[in-house]
Design a protein around this ligand. Sequence first.
Ligand code: WTA
Length: 684
Amino acid sequence: MPVPVIGGSTCRPFTGHCKSFEIKGVVMGSAPATGSQNIQSTLQEDRLFPPSEAFAAQANIDSEDKYLAMWERAKDDPVGFWGELACDNLTWSKDFDRVMEGDMPETKWFLGGKLNASAQCLDRHLTTWRKNKAAIIWEGEPGDVRVLTYLDLHREVCKFANVLKRLGVTKGDRVTLYMPMIPELAIAMLACARIGATHSIIFGGFSADAVAERNNDAQAKLIVTADGGWRRGKEVMLKRAVDESLAKSPTVEKVVVVRRTGDLHTKMEPDRDYWWHDLMEDVTADCEPTAVDSEHPLFILYTSGSTGKPKGVLHSTAGYMLGAMMTTKWVFDLKDEDTYWCTADIGWVTGHSYVVYGPLANGATTLMYEGAPNWPDEGRFWDLIEKYRVNVFYTAPTAIRAFIKWGDEWPAKYDLSSLRLLGSVGEPINPEAWMWYHNVIGKERCPIVDTWWQTETGGIMISPLPGVTATKPGSCTKPLPGVVPDIVNEQGESLGPNEGGLLVMKQPWPSMLRTLYGDHERFIETYFSKIPGCYFAGDGARRDEDGYYWVMGRVDDVLNVAGHRLSTMEVESALVSHKAVAEAAVVGFPHEVKGEGICCFVTLKQNTGTQALKDELKAHVRKQIGPIATPDEIRFAVAVPKTRSGKIMRRLLRDIAAGRETLGDTTTLEDYSVLANLRKEDEG
Ligand code: WTA
């Protein structure tokens, strides 16, 4: 298909709105003691890891020149750049006639076109040799295994799409998926997409109340769930939570239940609840994909703010699919012969984009694992890598810090030589955790892609290209083609090298969120009002003299010590670089003299916390960063509170450090006992 009318398109080429000013005065380290709004970076890191020649030679993007040419083209001619990619990579039922239209935040993409996301992931592979290639290799926590080829997956998706139709689901309806990590979850997602229904996946660890709140916000018509799922040898009772949620979810008419654990106490309400396997028995495997408009909502995914009700991030079909597909290919350097494993739960955006949509759109083999990394023992992930000869492995800093705590003897027992590329996502990665990943898992051989992005961005935004970028531990390096970030101060003025400020996007990109479901005003207010004309989603960062980005964490978490705005993550990284420390969470607390004092919650590799070690850690941070960052208080903790997706929840620790009751929302907390223990220690 030819590139659609570029010159004649009604798209307004983006001109950029963020004010760019000459950098005057303030440079890193010389911020005035008060009044500076900029975030001061204290991290010293000058290690550099260029890709090996061998890796670069085989990479999908194999030279700096190519990357730069792509990046410049995408910035100056987004219509041509994205238009061509959309023509070459997406399969259209009807060609689009305009590449983009409207300024941020109202930019629309590929207008006039029609397509189907499930056909993009399945049907188009069936006419190729990939028909009988493994699409999903799945292993349950108890060790059961299933392999679905593209043809198998297509058949199951078509059948379940027919089931949904039979239960009255039509194009535009919302369907909640509250399931364990089993193939039926991917099947249900693609089946929704096939008939133009919008899925809303709720992570299986959420409570009945959280399910009800999300059902109501999305006005979901149907829920797909399972009797339960396996997690650390225990059954997570999903259907029981659904039953409880339904008392408060008036819009939900039907429930489909996968039998996973065989929970004998599962109650089935006649005319409301149906077993998946019963329904699948009497439908055909013929279901034409419904061609939907490019901007048709593919899914809603709820993401929690620190306060207030969860935000229903809504993604489009064409823009999202193109973003997921291209970033998977570029960043993970995906090849047809790869076995690719992203460890994220599909309940998070990482699972949406990099377990399901991105890999399948590329015709890859994606590994799915149901359970915990430490079941039946701490070697489970390495066992999976050895067993399936995983080539590309993508996980989170929280998991990496846990592996470090569990000890090098676990990975040492397994053959990890199949690995060729490693990835990280979810939080800034502490440089020492990065080094461990590089040495112990990658055996100094595998490039690491530290990928910065968000639920809202749909796909990876800032990341190394593994065949091109020389990596620096702790930096997500450079923007991908089509991504035009900047670091600005509160007035929207561009900051100079190494000045910490707000990370913003100055140009729209196809996979950006389109709205917050049912609350377009909150969408504009949350992301587009702080820095007019730019997208801002809450992170602080700096850009170094080589143009590398260093994300310093959420701006809500920034410390203000005697007028110096410091990144909690950088103080944590200093602590983690001490040999006794496995993990650290740093927060501020009210301090009479300094405004804010620094309180550090520290988890040790071995539980041998002493006063002498506390003093040593204070001195260590002082030496690493400088006197300004000297901790006022060190507290040893068995664990730090985290969100269900593994991010350190500093908000709750701030309350503990200040001796306050926790006022904020705690429903996203993963393990309540962690909080209770910290309080007990506090009282004790
Ligand atoms: C943080 C996950 C530093 C960041 C895909 C962002 C990161 C938030 C990185 C989004 C990274 C994610 N380096 N920080 N590589 N990746 N973050 O919506 O604060 O669950 O704003 O999306 O995680 O989290 P979300």
